[in-house]
Design a protein around this ligand. Structure first.
Ligand code: CP
Length: 309
């Protein structure tokens, strides 16, 4: 596997294999502690991050490897006008695998042309976030025991939320998934995903405005932050940012085994009173992000079979 730019770059079988490997790492992490000895991961973040960058670094360190990189564009030569392609070409001379985040949609695909090492998209603008999707799929598999026969509600900023776009694409390949989109009309799921994915594959979906109208139906509710950084007009952001605040009252009629997910960071979308509820799984996602990225790094470096017995 030489790149991961879009979740659809992975077959269902490859996703299953990554989830199995992550589960084995969870069960016996010591077995994997030296797998990436002498390997270097570069994390190039042209846009802020807490979880994705640090979980990639934690993953590589947990595999016995080393890390280098930058956490903002301002500390790289991109401020002098260097292109993203030249930056990746350069860093691929210093590392064995690269994870990059960029505010421009498609930047990792452009950079891929000059990378001499495997390249992972760690989020490109409002487009895709495939490793968050792997994290989410591992979480769903661990919590529900399956990736099919589920009703999933996506709530919040469905227009700009790249984690939603990526997870929707990935889940569209499993059988009997019902999608419920909960958003204000200004932040509806993009037309191209409705036309080219949901309608093209004849998938079951509906669009609503209120959580309370659908909460009873859901197996999963996937909350998202309104993406301030993608708005052109601050007034629009201020008007929409607190449209949905999930609290205990709003989930009182949910299924007992509902799971509440959020890729984080959270601003106001989930009241902190929900954090200790057994349905809350968003910090389990954080934990799973480390394990699935360990599995991904090993697989992309073709080291998944180099394990201590
Ligand atoms: N989920 C996620 O991408 O979080 P960060 O922006 O903190 O990396």
């Amino acid at each position: 596997m030489k790149y991961l730019i879009d979740p659809m770059d992975l077959s269902v079988k490859e996703i299953d294999d990554l989830i199995s490997l992550a589960q084995d790492i969870i069960d016996d992490p010591k077995k994997y502690q030296n797998v990436c000895q002498n390997k270097i991961l570069a994390t190039l973040f042209f846009e802020p991050s807490t979880r994705t960058r640090l979980s990639f670094e934690s993953a590589m360190l947990s595999l016995g490897g080393k890390v280098l990189g930058f956490s903002s564009a301002s500390s790289s030569s991109s401020t002098k006008g260097e292109s993203v392609t030249d930056t990746i070409w350069t860093v691929s001379c210093y590392s064995d695998i690269i994870a990059m985040r960029h505010p421009k949609e498609g930047a990792p695909l452009v950079a891929l042309k000059r990378s001499k090492v495997p390249l992972i998209n760690a989020g490109d603008g409002g487009h895709n976030h495939p490793t968050q999707t792997l994290t989410d799929l591992l979480t769903i598999k661990r919590e529900k025991g399956r990736l099919d026969n589920l009703t999933i509600g996506f709530c919040g900023d469905l227009k700009f939320g790249r984690t939603v776009h990526s997870l929707l694409k990935a889940m569209s390949r499993y059988s009997n998934i019902k999608f419920v989109f909960i958003s204000p009309k200004e932040l509806n799921i993009p037309e191209y995903l409705k036309k080219d994915l949901l309608e093209a594959k004849n998938l079951d979906y509906k669009e609503v405005h209120k959580i309370e109208d659908v909460i009873e139906e859901l197996d999963i509710i996937y909350m998202t932050r309104v993406q301030k950084e993608r708005f052109f007009n601050e007034q629009d952001y201020i008007r929409l940012k607190d449209t949905y605040i999930l609290d205990l009252k709003k989930i009182e009629n949910s299924k007992k085994d509902l799971i509440i997910m959020h890729p984080l960071p959270r601003v106001n979308e989930i009241a902190t009173e929900v954090d200790d509820d057994p349905r809350a799984k968003y910090f389990d996602q954080v934990q799973n992000g480390r394990y699935i990225r360990m599995a991904l790094i090993m697989t992309m470096l073709e080291l998944q079979n180099e394990v201590e017995k």
